[in-house]
Design a binder for this molecule. Structure first.
Ligand code: ATP
Length: 135
């Protein structure tokens, strides 16, 4: 079994899609290990997106992820990292496959509703940022 850090981004909360999206993860069989509604500051965004801070798309992304509360989650299950990324779909909601969260619910490559860690190393790094008290 594996753990992954999942964020339901501010667009999810604003659009009232927390139940819909969390329900998909739960229905798939993933367990909730930690969950918190949280608004982050720019410094935390920079830590979380350390690999993107120099990218052209980062300033508006930083603005977006600090614009309101997100639901931060640690989900656990067999191959949870890959399973969550498959459920999330491609980064750009306009190109994500129907049946995925982004493919069904997003029309944007920035406001794409969810984040999921992209590797075991990222999961471990991100869980420490968001839930430092978790083992
Ligand atoms: P995440 O890491 O959030 O699960 P991802 O791995 O699909 O998404 P990354 O390439 O890591 O995507 O980009 C991180 C986030 O930055 C994306 O989820 C999206 O919100 C934003 N982003 C990525 N590329 C672009 C872009 N070209 N224009 C605007 N925003 C972008």
């Amino acid at each position: 079994s594996q753990r992954t850090l999942v964020l339901l981004k501010p667009d999810t909360v604003r659009r009232g899609l927390v139940g819909e999206i969390l329900g998909r993860f739960e229905s798939k069989g993933l367990s909730i290990v930690a969950m918190d509604l949280r608004t982050i500051d720019g410094e935390t965004a920079d830590q979380h997106y350390a690999e993107h801070v120099e990218r052209d798309f980062y300033p508006p992304l930083r603005e977006f992820v600090t614009s309101g509360p997100m639901v931060a989650l640690v989900l656990e299950g067999d191959e949870a990292i890959e399973v969550v990324r498959a459920l999330n779909g491609a980064t750009d909601g306009r190109k994500a496959a129907p049946g995925t969260i982004r493919g069904d619910l997003s029309l944007s490559n920035r406001e794409n509703l969810v984040h999921g860690s992209d590797s075991a190393e990222s999961a471990s790094r991100e869980i420490k940022i968001w839930f430092p008290d978790l083992g």
